[in-house]
Design a protein around this ligand. Structure first.
Ligand SMILES: Nc1nc2c(c(=O)[nH]1)N[C@H]1C(S)=C(S)[C@@H](COP(=O)(O)O)O[C@H]1N2
Ligand SMILES: [Mo]
Length: 403
């Protein structure tokens, strides 16, 4: 099997180091000693490269939990049904433009530099772990989540990764407020933009993943994340450090963060000029993608097959900027609607869980779920097309066969 043993060993050691930490109630220093041991193994001579295809993802991604989409893995909604509000790492989607890199935490540095800071910094992993941290429960969702429905539902297919609705996960992210680090770096009043950059391989001519953030957002609620759901950030999700940019499209949450350049002029990269923009006939003035839109998903296979009789339909709805106020469900292709019962935390930027009883009759059915958020944003029946198929927020028609 195409598993890189070196990567695997390292992951396992990290997990063991963390398990020790929680079992023995160890502090950060001891935990880091465990990670150092991982780095020693990491430094051992590796076996000669024999495999044709290096793996792009480190963690196991079994077929029961994920759909393979090139270098990415989409979560299956029927598998998310059994998960609590926080998506376990085992079920969390992966979007890699290239491949998960192996980063040695002992030599890792996060550089904060550029004309917008007076005191450039190079922070070690240990220094970052020792800084004051805050935790936020937030979704990370790919801007292209739902893209396949532009084709299957609106007859205008968009190029790019053909996500259904599994390009989203919610986690408890813990890390250092970026604003705090920028202040330590002596961010100047002339600073305008902040450009975070990933340490993964360059993406062809686009270079490293890097997408500017305005200073105001960077100083507001952005985190330098080192901990996901209470454990060290796993390699596939950005170990040692990733950005959390609450409410913003997935690409903003740069993984394997190596450098943050603070500029005194607006900066541009392919990642906000040619990619991740809304373009097309409906967008005569192309706009940059920023926040996500309201969406809903049934916790069922797509398409689904169910036995006849009473059942409970379940699903989740989410919005980048507010709680979910209501969810209406149709089991007859949109002819009639009933309100679903909301449950769970339903926090801002997370998701609401909902359910609705259904006495499923034999035959072919189309299920629909339409969410309204607390600000009154409602999922439309159709969304205007954009060339790259971003932000598909229309109500999805979910085919179900009852046999
Ligand atoms: N360095 C780097 N950061 C990255 C990416 C990447 O390929 N490289 N992918 C981005 C995209 S498009 C998304 S949707 C999210 C996915 O995060 P996840 O893989 O942890 O689910 O990471 C973002 N950050
Ligand atoms: Mo993405």
């Amino acid at each position: 099997m195409a598993v890189d043993e070196q990567d695997y060993d390292r992951t396992r050691l990290e997990q063991r180091a963390w398990a020790h930490r929680s079992r023995l109630g160890l502090g950060r220093r001891e935990w880091l000693r465990g990670l150092a041991a991982a780095a020693i193994v990491h430094g051992l001579p590796r076996s000669p490269p024999a495999k044709a295809q290096p793996p792009t993802i480190v963690k196991p991604t079994p077929d029961a939990l994920f759909r393979v989409l090139g270098t990415n893995r989409e979560s299956r909604w029927e598998a998310l049904r059994d998960t609590p509000e926080l998506t376990p790492v085992s079920h969390f989607f992966v979007r890699n433009h290239t491949a998960t890199p192996t980063i040695d935490p002992t030599s890792y540095r996060l550089r904060i530099e550029g004309p917008g800071v007076r005191r450039p910094l190079a922070l070690s992993y240990e220094e970052l772990l020792a800084m004051p941290a805050v935790s936020r429960t937030r979704a990370i969702e790919c801007a292209g989540n739902g893209r396949s429905f532009f084709g299957s539902q609106q007859g205008t297919p968009a190029p790019g990764t053909a996500w259904q609705l599994g390009g989203i996960g919610v986690a408890r992210w813990t890390g250092v407020p970026l604003g705090l680090v920028l202040e330590r770096a002596g961010v100047s009043r002339a600073a305008v933009d902040v450009l975070p950059e990933g340490l993964d391989a360059e993406v062809g001519s686009l270079g490293h993943v890097r997408r500017p953030l305005p200073l105001a957002k960077a100083m507001d609620d952005v985190l330098l994340v080192h901990t996901m759901n209470g454990a060290p950030l796993p390699p596939d999700h950005g170990f040692p450090i990733r950005l959390l940019v609450p409410g913003w499209v997935g690409i903003a949450h740069v993984k394997w963060l190596g450098r943050i350049t603070v500029s005194t002029e607006p900066v541009f990269s392919n990642w906000n000029t040619t990619q991740y923009r809304m373009t097309g006939a409906a967008y005569p003035e192309p706009t940059t993608l920023t926040t996500q839109v309201v969406k809903s998903a049934f916790e069922l296979p797509f398409p689904a097959t169910l036995p006849p009789g009473p059942t409970r339909l379940t699903g989740r709805s989410w919005s980048a900027t507010s709680r979910i106020r209501r969810v209406d469900v149709s089991v007859d292709g949109g002819a009639s609607w009933r309100p679903a019962r909301l449950s769970g935390a339903n926090g801002v930027g997370s998701w609401a869980r909902w359910s609705l009883p259904w006495d499923a009759p034999i035959g072919e059915h189309t299920l629909l779920a339409r969410a309204t958020d607390a600000r009154g944003a409602v999922q439309p029946d159709r969304v205007p097309f954009n060339d790259e198929g971003y932000l598909f927020g229309a109500v999805v028609r979910h085919p179900v066969r009852v046999v």
